[in-house]
Design a protein around this ligand. Structure first.
Ligand code: FMN
Length: 181
């Protein structure tokens, strides 16, 4: 019997929602990253890590990268949760480019990657995040609209609003990948 765990780090709750859905579907354990140590992962042979995307980086991914040597004998699955639409290859390519900076080739070969779409409510952002988004908005808004990437056009159109793209059905490829292991 496989022992599976979902570990997540989520600031505003979208990644948490996906992590909970995946653990429900697989009837497996679920931990928030801040509540576990490497030793807690020892009993599992399949680890699913989910983190929100912040300026291209996956929050909390260092639990996988720093401990890769100890985890590399396990099945490793990573899901990102961001606002950019993962159905669009331009967006997933840009996430992969950012991940190239933190994942070695060996890690990339070992870790199965999935991208899920999150949510944002500008009214609920921390002051620092509001400021970051405002700066980004001003930067993108200065550019010629037609030359913008899809991700940036969507950012402009959703800026300041509350949008929620979380969708339980989008976890199915992750669930079926794990069920086939
Ligand atoms: C400061 C900031 C930076 C963000 N950067 C990205 C990004 O680079 N790519 C992306 O797709 N989404 C980005 N987002 C959107 C978040 O990834 C999205 O809100 C996600 O649902 C957050 O997950 P969480 O609620 O689990 O933390 C950003 C949001 C904030 C507030």
């Amino acid at each position: 019997m496989r022992k599976i765990v979902v570990v997540y780090q989520s600031k505003y709750g979208a990644t948490k929602k996906y992590a909970e859905w995946i653990s429900e579907e697989l009837s497996c354990d679920l931990f928030e990253r801040k509540n576990i140590k490497l030793a807690d992962l020892e009993p599992y042979d399949t680890i699913i890590y989910g983190g929100g995307l912040y300026a291209g980086g996956v929050s909390g991914i260092d639990i996988v990268t720093k401990n890769f040597d100890q985890l590399s004998n396990k099945n490793l699955i990573l899901f990102t949760c961001g606002l950019a639409d993962p159905m669009d290859k331009e967006n997933t390519d840009s996430i992969k480019q950012s991940l190239n900076k933190v994942l070695t080739t060996q890690m990339q070969n070992k870790i199965k990657l999935f991208h899920l779409r999150g949510a944002i409510d500008y009214a609920k952002l921390s002051i620092a995040h509001k400021a970051m988004m405002a700066m980004l908005y001003r930067m993108i808004n200065k550019k010629d609209y037609d030359s913008l990437r899809i991700e940036d056009k969507e950012f402009i159109s959703t800026y300041g609003k509350a949008v929620d793209f979380t969708d339980r059905s989008t976890i199915l490829p992750i669930v079926s990948y794990i069920q086939k292991l």
